[in-house]
Design a protein around this ligand. Structure first.
Ligand code: SAM
Length: 254
C-alpha cells in the first residue's frame, strides 16, 4: 500500500519542523510540492531547504505539481474554491498514481498546521472516497501562524476561561463575531481591520512570522491601523507576496 505523510512544517522558520516531522520526512522517497507560481517561489524554496537540511541527498526526489489559481472572478467564493480544490485533487491523484509505487512513501509538506485553513486533508479524504488510487496517510501536526503570532507578542490568545474565535478577513468584514472578545484573523488580503472603529480595540499583528522578513506591530487599533496598512502594502510590493495574521482584542472585555 502507498503511504503518505502530511507534515505541518511551520510558518517560515526551518527550525519549526518538529522531531516527529523530521522522522516522517526521513521515511519519504517522494516529496510532493505544489507550485503556486513565481510570486510564491519562496514558499516552495523553504520546503526544498527543509528536505536538503534533513534528508541525505539521493534518498528522495521532488515531484512538483502545478497549482492553478482560484477563479477570482467567480460570483460565488465557495464554488470557486471548490472548483480549485477539485483541480488540486485530480493533480494529486495523477501524481500518486504516476510517481508512487506500491509500497512507496510520500510526503506532502503543509504550511503551518494542516488543520487550519488548508485543503490537503479534505482533498486526501476525497481521494480515498473516490478509491481510484489506494493509499494510507498519517498527519504530523505543525506550528501554525496564530501560535507564532502569540509567541512573538508574548500573549495568551484567550482571556482567563475565555473563548478565542479564529476567522478570515472576508468574514470579519461582515461584522464582529457574536459573544467573543478575542478574534484571530487570517487570510485577510483586504485589511478588514481598517473598517473597525470600536473604541478600545487592540491589535497584535504579524507578517512573515518565523521568517527573516518578519514584521510585528501592536497597539490600539485606532492608533496603529493606518501604519499597519502602509507597512503591509510596502512589504507586499517588495517581496511580491505577504502572509499576515492578527489578534483583535477588546481591552478588558465587554
Ligand atoms: C492558507 S492559510 C494557511 C494557514 C496555515 N495552515 C497555518 O497553520 O498557519 C494562509 C494564511 O495563514 C496565515 N499565515 C501563514 N503563514 C504566515 C506567516 N508566516 N506569517 C503570518 N501569517 C501567516 C495568513 O493569515 C495567511 O493568509
Amino acid at each position: 500500500m502507498r503511504q503518505l505523510f502530511v507534515i505541518g512544517i511551520g510558518t517560515g522558520d526551518p527550525d519549526h519542523l518538529t522531531l516527529q516531522g523530521m522522522k516522517a520526512l526521513a521515511r519519504a522517497q517522494v516529496v510532493f510540492l505544489l507550485d503556486k507560481g513565481a510570486d510564491k517561489a519562496e514558499l516552495v524554496d523553504l520546503r526544498r531547504t527543509l528536505c536538503e537540511r534533513h534528508l541525505p541527498s539521493g534518498s528522495y526526489r521532488f515531484v512538483q505539481l502545478e497549482d492553478s489559481a482560484r477563479d477570482a472572478s467567480h460570483a460565488s467564493y465557495t464554488t470557486a474554491v471548490e472548483q480549485w480544490h477539485e483541480r488540486r485533487l485530480l493533480a494529486y491523484e495523477q501524481a500518486f498514481e504516476r510517481e508512487l509505487g506500491e509500497g512507496d512513501t510520500g510526503a506532502i509538506l503543509v504550511w503551518g498546521d494542516p488543520s487550519l485553513y488548508d485543503s490537503t486533508l479534505r482533498i486526501l479524504n476525497g481521494l480515498q472516497a473516490r478509491a481510484k488510487v489506494a493509499f494510507e496517510y498519517e498527519v504530523v501536526p505543525g506550528i501554525s501562524s496564530p501560535q507564532v503570532l502569540a509567541a512573538r507578542h508574548k500573549l495568551p490568545l484567550n482571556a482567563i476561561g475565555g473563548a478565542v474565535h479564529v476567522t478570515t478577513g472576508r468574514r470579519l468584514a461582515r461584522g464582529w463575531p457574536d459573544g467573543v472578545d478575542d478574534v484571530v484573523v487570517m487570510l485577510d488580503g483586504e485589511c478588514a481591520f481598517l473598517q473597525l472603529d470600536e473604541p478600545g480595540l487592540e491589535i497584535f499583528w504579524g507578517a512573515y512570522l518565523g521568517s527573516e522578513h518578519e514584521l510585528l506591530r501592536s497597539g490600539l487599533l485606532a492608533e496603529v491601523k493606518d501604519e499597519i496598512a502602509r507597512v503591509r502594502a510596502a512589504a507586499r510590493s517588495e517581496h511580491g507576496w505577504i502572509m499576515d495574521t492578527y489578534l483583535l482584542r477588546r481591552r478588558g472585555g465587554r
